[in-house]
Design a protein around this ligand. Structure first.
Ligand code: ATP
Length: 304
């Protein structure tokens, strides 16, 4: 249920909507080949996790963005602004919004933070401006903004194919406990895909195996099926990725893999308590770590 909150200021009342929007991890990521349009054909299982950015959307005449992260752009280079302009144009409205982004999801980390913010902006502005648009219309716009954006309109767990925009929802219960570990350096998704060797060609079998393992609810089997083809691209240049994986496995994680285009590494834990223990054991001045749970629910939620 979406709720609007009246921010009364004597003569002027603005309507506002506060959203939290989640990060994602890739439990498996296969590169099936390169397409004629230059993009890679992917087969990946995306999973929303409970690490959130927060967005406040307030009615205003102009379209503006403020963010808690001073390193992030607040112009067209920010996916939030791109999403807002796209939906404003598509809807043909002349209204604006004052958007405040509280950034908690690490940037350029393989956790889809920018895509998540973009999806939340589309979803939130459709509500704020009373457009009454269904999911399909939003999904079309989301695909224009980036390959991970449509996923966040659904959340939970999904198989993504094509460039990542063709989605098939998967059962996301029971929840799993994970640890996310990020070294200090960022990685550009575009650059990582640009370095994929032409011969890299998975056949989709690992995706099938992971989906069957998830259905079996056997954590050790899931752990054995974690896979990311992009590790062979990123690994040689960034040996820290392997060091993080070794540290997590050495500390008792069931399995470990890089998420998306990296550099964040995720590890599967036996329980929420186990995830917290792993997090304390691998946190260093060079590595940030989070203990998270997978989400079965939508990635985007209206909150107070
Ligand atoms: P993915 O997993 O989808 O590849 P990512 O987690 O690796 O994404 P993001 O955090 O989404 O990467 O950001 C990648 C780039 O996008 C950064 O260089 C950043 O400057 C830019 N960017 C634009 N808008 C945002 C935003 N709202 N949040 C984070 N990054 C943004």
């Amino acid at each position: 249920m979406i709720r609007f909150y009246a921010l009364s200021r004597r003569s002027r009342a603005a309507r506002s909507l506060t959203l939290r929007t989640s990060a994602k991890v890739n439990l498996v990521l296969e590169v099936l080949g390169k397409r004629p349009d230059g993009y890679h054909e992917l087969s990946t299982v995306l999973q929303a996790v409970d690490l959130f950015d927060r967005l406040v959307l307030e009615e205003d005449e102009a379209l503006t963005l403020r963010t808690s992260d001073p390193d992030l752009p607040t112009d067209e280079a920010n996916l939030v602004v791109r999403a807002a302009r796209l939906i404003r144009e598509a809807a043909g409205v002349s209204r604006g919004a004052r958007i405040t982004l509280d950034k908690q999801i690490p940037v350029a980390a393989g956790l889809g933070g920018g895509s998540s913010d973009a999806a939340a902006t589309l979803w939130g502005l459709a509500q704020l401006w009373g457009l009454g648009w269904g999911g399909e219309r939003l999904a079309e716009m989301a695909a224009e903004l980036g390959m991970d954006v449509p996923f966040f309109l659904h959340g939970g767990r999904a198989l993504a194919t094509g460039r990542g925009e063709r989605l098939r929802p998967l059962p996301a219960a029971p929840a799993m406990s994970l640890v996310l570990v990020k070294p200090r350096f960022p990685l550009s998704t575009r650059e990582v895909y640009g370095r994929v060797p032409p011969g890299l060609r998975d056949d989709g079998a690992r995706t099938g195996a992971l989906i069957r393992a998830l259905a079996s609810r056997d954590s050790s089997r899931v752990a054995a099926c974690l896979y990311n083809a992009l590790e062979v691209v990123v690994g040689p240049a960034y040996p820290e990725i392997s060091r993080i994986k070794r540290a997590l496995l050495g500390a008792g994680a069931l399995g470990s893999v890089m998420s998306g285009s990296g550099p964040t590494v995720l590890a599967l834990a036996r329980s929420a308590e186990h995830a917290r223990q792993l997090r304390s054991r691998v946190t260093t001045t060079a590595w940030s770590a989070w203990a998270v749970r997978t989400l079965a629910a939508p990635a985007i939620r209206a909150v107070k």
